[in-house]
Design a protein around this ligand. Sequence first.
Ligand code: 5AD
Length: 343
Amino acid sequence: MNLITQLQSMRDLPDEQLHSLICDESATKALAAAADLVRREVYGRDVYIRGLIELTNYCKNNCYYCGIRRDNREVARYRLTHQQVLACCEQGYGLGFRTFVLQGGEDPHFTDSVVCKLVDAIKTAHPDCAVTLSLGEKSKESYQALFRVGADRYLLRHETANACHYGQLHPKELTAENRKRCLFDLKEIGFQVGAGFMVGSPYQTAHHLVEDLRFLQELDPDMIGIGPFLPHHATPFAHEHKGSLTLTLRMLSLVRLMFPHALLPATTALGTLHPDGRTLGLQAGGNVVMPNLSPTDVRELYTLYEDKISTHAESAEGLNALKEQVSLAGYEIVTHKGDVKRK
Ligand code: 5AD
């Protein structure tokens, strides 16, 4: 039995054992070491980079955790223009980025036709690049239109697989059922799909995290985004506790062990929670980082949570600093498209 098959038996662990590992603070380092072996077997030392372009901070939704929720009147709203987005891609391309992630709130301005034009223009200018969209819940027809015009990947975190917990994090217009429907639609259409969840969100229990892992097994996504919950002062969760660093790292490692081939970002939220968060995330099984390619003047307006890091190694201009950080951690940034390696 090779290493992966051995460690992958993680998939078959019963719920109770997964639950104990999730709760076992003392298992953090051992899980990271095992996860790192598996990531090296599949991806070697490679770390993939994605240029994150924060398209709009307008949002029609009112999620209780999110700083750009509709009811937050404190934030100045912005939308990038078609030209601004293309300029971001141009700059990113020069820096070595071959994946552009367009992320934004659910902004009615960005209709299918507006986004399709944008995707088409990016793919025409940079046919050797992947375009990832992260623009929330849409109808299957809309997703199909975006796929037809050339979008390659779609990120939509499921946030929590438990319907009751989902209801504690979102207003009633949003349901776990519809979120899951979107994810299965995206997969069926042919997108490389990313799901994921926050660690330490209000009311979350270790049982919910087991359910998250089981949901991921059912969906079998290509990418899994996991980061700590961080409170934002202008939300109903302003006074809630932030997610724990070590629990986030254990969840990353468990996910790497259960999904050896997954693309797993060491998230900005993890880097915001702890100065070494991104490095620790890579050493716990992560293999992707997503530096910020947005125009510098809008970065502080895209605040999903407090104190979001957006300078130095987190930004695209800081790519050299990031390369240095990643290489000190024992890995290497590579600048190809960085598709998932499927079995
Ligand atoms: N803390 C951490 N992550 C958050 N997100 C939104 N708000 C917060 C927060 N307060 C995450 C959600 C969303 C992704 C884009 O950012 O999981 O899917």
